[in-house]
Each structure stands twice: as structure tokens, then as C-alpha cells.
Ligand binder design. Sequence first.
Ligand code: PLP
Length: 378
Amino acid sequence: MKVYFDNAATTPIDEVVFEEMKPYMLEHFGNPSSIHSHGRQVRAAIERSRKKVADLLNTSPSEIFFTSGGTEADNTAIRCAIEAYGIQKIITTPLEHHAVLHTVQALEKQGKEVHYLAVDEKGQIDINEIEAELKKEPNTLVTLMHANNEIGTLNDIYAIAELCHEYGAIFHSDTVQSMAHYRHDLQELKANFIVGSAHKFHGPKGIGFLYVNHEKRIAPFIHGGAQERNMRGGTENVYGIIGLAKALEMAYSEMDEHRKQIESVKSYMIGRLKDQINGIEFNGTSEDVENSLYTVLSASLPPSDDNDMLLFNLDINGISASGGSACSSGSNIGSHVLTAIGSDPQRGAVRFSFSRFNTKQEVDYVVDKLNEILTVSV
Ligand code: PLP
């Protein structure tokens, strides 16, 4: 049996999405910048997709810019906002995805002040600490993810956005893991920037988008032609854009049903793991199904010399998951997230992440195999 429990890394493309993209790979091949009919037809399809994305997020198409994915969108927001508004200070956490963390660290090396918020053992922050920092310096960029990709911990981005708005600070949220799993209403959410990446919600790889609220415009990150209304040079990834919009539309149209299905698989797995594996714990808030990113379950396994082989042993049994324990002292190999929340480096960590295509039968297979692997290695 083959089981794919690594949907936070990427998801399989939905066949319906692929069918929607296909004509733009074969028949409608024009360059959207060309003014002839081949070009115009494709340009119109891009604009329809932009409108679709904007409508789903309850915002204007003029605030949606397509990018090559989440990483480029995060880089654009952070670097260009800092540049445009002369920002000297950044507030973030050590738990951000490297798309954000490494960008912030590069800016820190160039002399920007970075305040890393304290995180507790579940990866939660205290919003009062943000306010205390904003009181000292309001001309700040706050960059905090909505849902943590490793441990599933959620930040209250609505409250954080409100706070930043009150102080006139700029708020960017890396929403890559929550996009298409939660409804982001941009009339309610006062963020300056949020991002999406299609391959996390059954769309194609190499396409994402950046939302830029009209109140704080930025200059381009990638200079070139006049594409994306002069905001991102380079011929558009046409079929990627078509696929992204279709995948987001499909996710929104059945979000509640998908969520129920995924939550029931996750709850079932928590129950089975607790029954079968002595000493199992869960990282972050991921055990709390309702109050964590419901697609992610980060299991923390009792210390064993064989934990290093865990993912390999799952893999040879046809199970794809990901993981990596906290960095042990003196080593920087391992998860920066688990290290930052003080997780014991001796414990094994496996992140199981689900999509609407997963089933309880798959959970049974995975838990039985995990049990066998752990029993053999004891
Ligand atoms: N941010 C988060 C939270 C992610 O999980 C990922 C992908 O793993 C990214 C950003 C990067 O997205 P992309 O793969 O589209 O560059």
C-alpha cells in the first residue's frame, strides 16, 4: 500500500484542475502581452482568473499579483515594503518558514533591527509583546504566519492585523498553509500582504500570488516587462494561473465538507496513535483538532536510537511523511521550529499532513506500520 501523508509539503493536482489548464498548454499558447487575438484571448483568461481569486478573498483584482509561488510572494512583500516605507525594524518569530525567516535574516545582516517574539512550548506568541514593541517603534514590519507548516499552531492574524493597523505598522502574513483551508475575507482582515501557493491546495507547482492592500503600494521585486501591471516582470505562467484560480475555487466551494473529512481522519489518527504507541505526544497545538491547522499532525515519539531511521522505515513501507527532530546542541541540522519551542532532540518527530483524498484505512495502515517499526527498534 502507498500512503501519502505529506500534504503540507505539496498536494496532488486535482484532475479537474489539470483539465482546466490543458487548453492553455496546447491550444491557447499566445503570449498575454501580444496584442493580436492569440495574445488577447490568453490575457482575458488571466484576468478572469485574477477576478476569481479576488472574488473568493472578497477583494479587488487590482490587489492580486501572480508570482512563482509562496517564496517569491513572501520575499516581495517583505523586501519591497521595507524599501518603500524606509522601515528599520521587523517583528517576527523563530518559527516562520524559511521563505520568511531567511529573508528577515538577510535583512538583519544588512543592518535592520529584528525583534523575535518569544514563543511558548506550543509555538504560541503573546500579542501584548507585539504591542509593547510597536509602542517603541510603530514604523515596523510585522511578519507572522497564519498557520505553522510543521506544528500546526495558528496565530490570530485578525487581531494582529487590527493591532498593526492601529499603530500604523505594516502587517504581512505568510498564509501559504492556510490558504484554501480557511476563508480569508480581506474586507475583515486588515493585513497589508497575504500570500498563496497553488501546489498546497491541489493546484500546480510554481505559481502563487501576493495580495497587496491598496493603502500601501510597493515597487516591483522582479524588474522586467510591464506584466502584472508593472509589478512583476516576466511572461506569465498562464496555465499555472488558470490552475491556481480553479483549485482555489474548488477549495472554497466545498471547504466545509473537506474540512470535516480531514478533521475526522486526523482525529481518528490521534486516537489510534494514543492507543498504540506508548509515550506518544504531539508537537505544537496539533492535537487540538479545532484550534490547530487541521491538515497537520506533528507526532512526537519517545526517545530511541533508531528515531533517525524513522522516516526511512516509513518510506520503505510505502508511507510518505516528513519530519526531523529538534537540533541537538552544537548541530544545526534538524527542525528550527522544534528547536525554537524547546522540543527534546532525543524524541522522534514525524509530521503527518492530510488532504481530502486521505482515508481512515490509510491511517490504520500507517499506525500499524509505525507500531511495527517502533516495536522492532525497541
Ligand atoms: N510558507 C510556508 C508556510 C510554506 O509551508 C511554504 C512551502 O512549504 C512556503 C512558504 C513556500 O511556498 P512555495 O513552495 O510556493 O515557494
